[in-house]
Write a protein that binds this ligand. Structure first.
Ligand SMILES: C[S@@+](CC[C@H](N)C(=O)[O-])C[C@H]1O[C@@H](n2cnc3c(N)ncnc32)[C@H](O)[C@@H]1O
Length: 211
């Protein structure tokens, strides 16, 4: 019931803000589980930052994997942010874009990012990555995802969109290289299929690759 309601709310907001939301349905269970996996490694009270929490598909999984963690969620869509705050009173919800939020509690040993980087203006991607750098603790872990097939769909897009998306990919590739390791996992069952990157050890002799 909750999931059907979430899908309905999500689809309504995605119609209003297709670029910022980036998909028509929340992440499926397997994608959420993969993104939240490192939460299980945290000690009790460990701090987690979730960026782009949407209707809480990943938030729910974080709380399941690490029930005693302290979770901070950032979500600029006001409808989603209200839903998150009502449903998860134990989570600190910031109803803002991450680059505009005055976050407390950082730096965080685990950050999970659900932002649709491919769709955003390159300046916003740069600003978000700057925030992630500041908010991730030294040696911490970050997970993020993107939908598979984006490069193929680029072919049917206009030149400016293609160039923007290519520039965003380069920024993300360089960002991944700042980490000691980058692990990629495909979640083919998600709609749309996605790939999850788990980046560990930022600043520790970076060699991570997006694969
Ligand atoms: C693809 S949805 C993912 C939602 C949720 N994490 C999930 O997996 O179902 C991306 C979310 O990122 C949010 N978002 C977009 N730009 C953002 C920004 N600059 N800062 C924080 N969140 C942002 C959108 O409002 C949207 O809820």
């Amino acid at each position: 019931m909750t999931q059907a309601l979430d899908r309905w709310i999500y689809a309504g907001q995605a119609r209003r803000q297709p670029a910022a939301i980036g998909s028509v349905t929340p992440s499926g269970r397997q994608l959420a589980a993969r993104l939240a996996l490192p939460a299980a490694e945290l000690p009790a009270g460990g701090r987690i930052l979730e960026v782009g929490a949407g209707t809480g598909a990943v938030t729910r999984m974080l709380l399941r994997r690490a029930p005693r963690a302290s979770v901070t969620a950032v979500e600029p869509n006001q409808r989603f942010a209200r839903l998150l705050a009502q449903r998860y009173p134990q989570v600190s919800v910031y109803p803002a874009a991450v680059q505009d939020a005055a976050l407390s509690g950082g730096p965080f040993p685990f950050v999970v990012c659900g932002i649709p980087f491919a769709n955003l203006p390159t300046a916003e991607v740069r600003a978000v990555l700057g925030c992630l750098r500041r908010q991730l603790a030294d040696g911490g872990t970050l997970t993020w995802f993107r939908y598979l097939g984006a490069v193929a769909t680029d072919r049917v897009l206009g030149r400016r969109t293609r160039e923007r998306r290519a520039a965003n990919r380069v920024l993300l590739q360089n960002f991944c290289r700042e980490f000691r390791t980058a692990h990629r996992a495909v979640v083919a069952s998600n709609l749309p299929p996605a790939e999850v990157f788990t980046l560990r050890g930022r600043g520790l002799a970076g060699a991570g690759r997006m694969g």
